[in-house]
Design a protein around this ligand. Structure first.
Ligand code: ZN
Length: 150
């Protein structure tokens, strides 16, 4: 294992142990639920929208370290962003985790989220990492159906 992937591993474990933006958001304007049946990850995402800006975001749920760390990193990345920018980041994240393992990922495009690029080695884990993002997309689109990773 390279030094870089060890560092990335540390960041993921840290976000799993101490998830950022954890808990319900009392004044949320959108609440969306996500479920990854493959692993059993469940997530509830709370969003407070102020016009086209994300004024608040938090999450809670239960699941594996990857799903929790990904949700923690995502909420950190999108808070205070515009809805459009958050959707752009959703697509960049999806691009990263679906890039073939033998091809480099564009780390500049995703910033801190690049720590999750390693999930590409474990196809089942891609769904764990994507769950928060699919749940976010559902919340931004105002969907009533729970978000699924399938
Ligand atoms: Zn999982």
């Amino acid at each position: 294992m390279s030094d870089l992937s060890e560092l990335y591993q540390e960041v993921i474990l840290d976000h799993n142990r101490r998830p950022r933006n954890w808990g319900a958001l009392a004044d949320a304007t959108r609440i969306s639920k996500g479920h990854n049946p493959l692993c059993g990850d469940r997530l509830t995402l709370y969003l407070k929208l102020d016009g086209d800006r994300i004024a608040g975001v938090s999450f809670e749920g239960s699941g594996c370290a990857i799903s929790k760390a990904s949700a923690s990193l995502m909420t950190d990345a999108i808070k205070t962003q515009s809805v459009d920018d958050a959707m752009v980041l959703f697509h960049k994240f999806q691009d990263m985790v679906t890039t073939p393992i033998d091809e480099p990922v564009d780390e500049d495009a995703v910033g801190k989220l690049a720590v999750l690029a390693g999930v590409r080695e474990f196809p089942a884990r891609v769904k764990c990492a994507s769950l928060a993002w699919h749940t976010l997309k559902a919340a931004l689109e105002g969907a009533d159906e729970p978000a699924k990773t399938e």
